[in-house]
Design a protein around this ligand. Sequence first.
Ligand SMILES: NC(=O)c1ccc[n+]([C@@H]2O[C@H](COP(=O)([O-])OP(=O)(O)OC[C@H]3O[C@@H](n4cnc5c(N)ncnc54)[C@H](OP(=O)(O)O)[C@@H]3O)[C@@H](O)[C@H]2O)c1
Length: 472
Amino acid sequence: MAQQDKAKIGLIGLGTMGSALALNIAEKGFPIAVWNRRADVTRAFHAEAGELADRVIPTESYEELVAAIAKPRAIILMVPAGEPVDEQIAALRPLLDDDDMIIDAGNANFHDTNRRSREAEGKPFLGIGVSGGEAGARHGPAIMGGGEKAHWDRVAPILTAIAAKFGDEPCADWMGREGAGHFVKAVHNGIEYADMQMIAEVYGVMRDGLGLNADAIGDAFARFNEGALKSYLIEISSIVTKAADKHTGQPMIDLILDKAGQKGTGRWTAIEAQHLAAPIPAIEAAVVARNLSSRVAARKEGEDLFGAAPQQIPEGKVSDEMLERALIAGKVLCYAQGFDMIAAASEQFRWALPLPAIARVWREGCIIRSAMLDDMAAALAEDEDRNLMLAPVFARHLREGHVALRELVAIGARYGHPMPALSSGLSYFDTMRTARGTANMIQAQRDYFGEHGFERTDGIEDKHGPWHGHGV
Ligand SMILES: NC(=O)c1ccc[n+]([C@@H]2O[C@H](COP(=O)([O-])OP(=O)(O)OC[C@H]3O[C@@H](n4cnc5c(N)ncnc54)[C@H](OP(=O)(O)O)[C@@H]3O)[C@@H](O)[C@H]2O)c1
């Protein structure tokens, strides 16, 4: 095959994401060579590629794949995170030239990407976070790149061409070295967990507290989607609550078991936040809520023993406006936490993560895309080091919204509606505006039992209390 007839890029793993991404790449004019461990999948993919089939080169061995790509090569891996990625790298590397690039586009744990970057020993390796699910991969995902900047620049023309666009701006950017792209993708997913959980909590109030049917709840979300909450997640919340089941004609949402799945990226975010000492309570609460949701039998036992928690909320106590404002406040607090964690990682790993660019990349293509992210990008561009909740536009949202959030959380407590994410968002807000908190008590206790010492408020240089020497 002449060099000019060769593929511009290769891809391994024609599953949900890989096949969508490959078609997207071909559609943007880049011939692509593909390989799947089951050759029948590769053949079927090529046969179904329609008018794009001319730009797809199906291959049935690693050697064939490598030979089909123009040098210096770049090959995307779109296989499950973990061992399959290491297996593919081990199989490919001996066949590649030293300047050929492997790009892991799955949901890798960023620690693995750090390790693989080191193991690549200077041979080009990128870890890119791809968000937006199948539709995003097919028509424009958000892409968060990690690795050497020069390596990113080499494939940036393809990755920016296939990415979602916000106006004219591609939602694809380089985040930093090694696992920076996969780290940012994990935090994206953590934020996604919290955003979804807060929406689910408000849904619960409407369903169990206000007795609204699914259709009416869908209408409320559609209204919310016309204001500051305008986002993909609110939009699809309206769509899924209004959809009818094709078997029974009943609202689909009412027939879905309340047991949330997860692939682990939210959990990684929560675990990493602890390592970084980054406070992301709303995100952690959302991960816990998913874990608790899977305790279906235990929750049923609890309800049988103690009675069902959620009660009807008396009329007039909760308005549409209160729900909307509470969600706005909750959302601001959740993103403030997520960006705070990114800033903490940036410092810890010396990645210089570009916070405004991250917000810009998330504006389109990914699951958490929303109107608010544009304001977040602007606020972070003004001052990257400021907690988002202190930026004027978000401080305004919070001034207006925290009263509603407080009332809603109080009503939730009074009438038995669990609100783990919204209530931890509120506690975060209150903690973050309490100049003198209560950790002096913790410090006194620690000094009493462990002689750990404390700092004084009055500058006197004595770090122990009068109990010194009396502890256990
Ligand atoms: N689905 C999403 O919405 C989404 C969004 C963002 C990121 N991701 C990430 O993208 C990656 C791929 O996800 P997916 O949803 O496309 O998965 P999928 O539909 O299950 O496809 C997995 C692909 O990997 C191949 N594969 C599995 N194990 C392999 C192994 N040991 N060696 C070689 N190939 C192997 C499969 O080949 P066979 O056909 O032979 O089984 C298939 O082509 C994952 O890391 C996932 O977390 C997914």
